[in-house]
Ligand binder design. Structure first.
Ligand SMILES: [Fe+2]
Ligand SMILES: [Fe+2]
Length: 264
């Protein structure tokens, strides 16, 4: 199967079976000989239990101090699961949107997509152990709102890998610790798995940010200029800044310092 056919099924599928479709035979078995014409952004289909809730019906993300209540941990995990689902939908779109990107960019992105499918499944399994099915709570379309602003692979890595995923280097251990303190070892272990994978995903972003960095510009300047409007650089961090994780993801000291200092 061609890479774009698989991505097209994941992006265009209106059910979890299609969105979570594994590449037949594994990623290495996919060919990328005819990546096809570039596909402009559109919202992927969501219906039934997966439908995006109208604004008035959405629920607030719980406060960190409320994580001792199972109901609030469930709410958080449900939000995180939807982040994974939006991320994998958008990654499938990026494979369709950038057919001319380097072959190793496309292969790497396909690997990240498979990881996000696994993450979504892991959250669903944990929710199921807590008596909840994905879709029982309302979901939002936050990630998708940047879709129209992303025009090239550099915009893409800044929006997805270096803001949403970089921020998870802080969020995942932060919520993992709160879950642990609440005695919820299984949810804490899940956050650790996500954290370890996210280092690789941010590393993918850092690699391609450096690849596309124009001469005479710092890495952080390039990043700032290509962040989506809804996702300025400061969205790439959480409440507790994890310096070592960023270094492990291949970000240099100047970039890390600029991240630490940025506001907005
Ligand atoms: Fe993920
Ligand atoms: Fe990720």
């Amino acid at each position: 199967m061609e890479l774009h056919e698989w991505a097209g099924r994941v992006f265009g599928g209106d059910c979890l079976e299609e969105k979570l479709l594994a590449p037949p035979g594994g990623i290495k078995a996919l060919s990328d000989l005819t990546p096809g014409p570039a596909v402009t952004w559109r919202r992927p289909p969501r219906s039934g239990r997966l439908a995006i809730a109208p604004k008035g019906q959405r629920i607030k993300f719980p406060r960190p101090t409320a994580m001792d209540q199972q109901e609030m941990r469930v709410r958080s995990l449900h939000v995180f699961a939807n982040h994974e689902l939006m991320a994998l939908e958008m990654m499938a779109w990026a494979l369709l949107a950038f057919p001319e990107a380097d072959a190793s960019f496309r292969q790497g992105l396909a690997q990240v997509l498979v990881d996000e499918q696994r993450h979504f499944r892991l959250y669903c399994e944990r929710l199921s152990d807590m008596g909840v099915t994905f879709g029982d709570l309302p979901v939002n379309d936050h990630f998708w709102r940047a879709g129209p602003d992303i025009s090239n692979p550099l915009d893409w890595v800044c929006f997805m890998h270096l803001t949403f995923e970089q921020s998870n280097l802080d969020h995942a251990p932060f919520y993992g610790r709160l879950f642990q303190e609440a005695g919820d070892e299984a949810s804490a272990a899940l956050m650790q798995t996500i954290f370890e994978d996210e280092i690789h995903h941010v590393r993918f972003g850092a690699r391609w940010l450096k690849h596309y960095q124009p001469e005479g510009q710092s890495l952080f300047q390039t990043f700032s200029q290509h962040c989506a409007e809804i996702n300025p650089p400061a969205r790439g961090k959480g409440l507790e800044f994890q310096e070592e994780a960023r270094r492990a993801a291949g970000l240099d000291d100047d970039f890390i310092q600029a991240m630490r200092e940025c506001r907005g």
